[in-house]
Design a binder for this molecule. Structure first.
Ligand code: NDP
Length: 283
């Protein structure tokens, strides 16, 4: 029987710890960690994420500000808001919800965010720090996965790790973190030849491609640990991962479900980064 890695329970535990650390920090310094969440346009999925992020702030004792800007917001207007938040001492973390509407240049905007307040760790300065293993913030989803592995008693050292997906926010930083934890890492993508022959080598398989139920039992090594990052909507509106859970689960030694696996950890890691930004602001 596979262990079902309970992201909800682990996330609740980490949030309790963050709330305690926040209280201790605020009692000592009088500073309340502050997060600003900016959203442009009316994408319903993004609106849900933003609401959840602000709710999580309240739960751990943070101050938060929300900016809901209309679809037709210009690059200049958005950059002016980022400048204002960069200069605001009550704000320690700035999160601009992606994707932005097409007329806006996300890459240019991310460069504008003060790296010390870049709690998503998307600024090239922070990406570079991750590359050399000397970082303040880790990108939330891969960091959450590392925390899930650690707290479930899984070691990475010496393991064959296969990451499928090479995006800047999930696949690439995930590979880097597994490498830093002394895994032997292979990264696959849409041009990988004979994907199944590579994924079948994995002791730890991270599926992050955004294709519903794509990974089937024949692609997984018996006893592997499978981390499903995918968040896909089925035709009936139900949320499903990249892994065909019903067929894959019996083959694995441990697996994350969707929902209730990786998802809850992502916001928790955002809280962790915001607390770290506030702590670093006094050092
Ligand atoms: P992207 O669309 O940016 O990247 C997808 C990656 O998957 C690309 O590198 C692509 O390859 C690769 N890919 C696509 N199809 C295949 C295939 N058939 N075989 C092999 N590789 C393939 O996605 P993200 O990284 O942003 O997100 C991935 C998934 O994770 C999505 O479902 C997303 O919703 C989810 N997600 C979940 C989060 C959470 O908190 N749980 C947070 C962030 C994302 P190529 O580069 O060659 O195009």
């Amino acid at each position: 029987m596979a262990m079902i890695i309970d992201g909800k329970a682990i996330s609740a535990q980490v949030r309790t710890e963050i709330a305690a650390d926040t209280k201790a920090f605020s009692d000592r310094t009088g500073i309340v960690p502050g997060l600003a969440v900016v959203i442009v346009g009316n994408d319903p999925a993004s609106q849900v994420y933003v609401r959840n992020k602000r709710r999580a702030c309240g739960e751990v004792g943070f101050y938060s500000e929300g900016y809901e800007l209309p679809e037709e917001t210009t690059q200049d207007e958005l950059e002016a808001l980022v400048d204002k938040l960069n200069a605001n001492p009550k704000i320690h973390g700035i999160l601009v919800q992606l994707p932005l509407p097409k007329h806006l240049d996300a890459e240019k905007l991310l460069l504008r965010i003060d790296p010390k307040k870049d709690v998503d760790a998307f600024h090239p300065y922070n990406v570079g720090r991750i590359m050399i293993g000397n970082y303040a913030f880790l990108p939330c989803t891969p960091a959450g996965i590392m925390e899930l592995l650690r707290r479930s008693g899984m070691t990475v050292e010496g393991k064959e790790c296969v990451v499928v997906g090479r995006s800047n926010i999930v696949g690439k930083p995930m590979a880097m973190l597994l490498l830093q934890a002394n895994g032997t890492v292979t990264v696959c993508h849409s041009r990988t030849k004979d994907l199944a022959s590579v994924t079948r080598r994995a002791d730890i398989l991270v599926a992050a491609i955004g294709k519903a139920d794509f990974f089937t039992a024949d692609m997984v090594k018996p006893g592997a640990v499978v981390i499903d990052v995918g968040m896909n909507r089925r035709a009936d509106g139900k949320l499903t991962g990249d892994v065909d859970f019903a067929s894959v689960e019996p083959v694995t030694s441990a697996i994350t479900p969707v929902p209730g696996g990786v998802g809850p950890m992502t916001i928790t890691m955002l809280m962790k980064n915001t607390l770290r930004a506030a702590q670093d602001s006094v050092n």
